[in-house]
Design a protein around this ligand. Structure first.
Ligand code: SF4
Length: 60
């Protein structure tokens, strides 16, 4: 629609592991097949869980 676009930060995206069963951005986007997995950054569920914990870890 314009010059603006959004880019998903691979270092912060967990494919919604830890929050939802499926990637929420894909669910809410009105256009199919626009938010896809980057073939250069394939991560298994274990790695995504580790990222989720790392992003949400709070020291006590
Ligand atoms: S909504 Fe989920 S899958 Fe989409 S960018 Fe955010 S963490 Fe990643």
């Amino acid at each position: 629609m314009g010059d603006s676009f959004y880019e998903i930060d691979v270092n912060r995206c967990t494919e919604c592991v830890g929050h939802y069963d499926t990637p929420t951005c894909q669910q809410v986007c009105p256009i199919d097949n626009t938010i896809i997995t980057d073939p250069k950054h394939i991560e298994d569920t274990e790695r995504l869980w580790e990222k989720f914990v790392s992003l949400h870890h709070t020291s006590s």
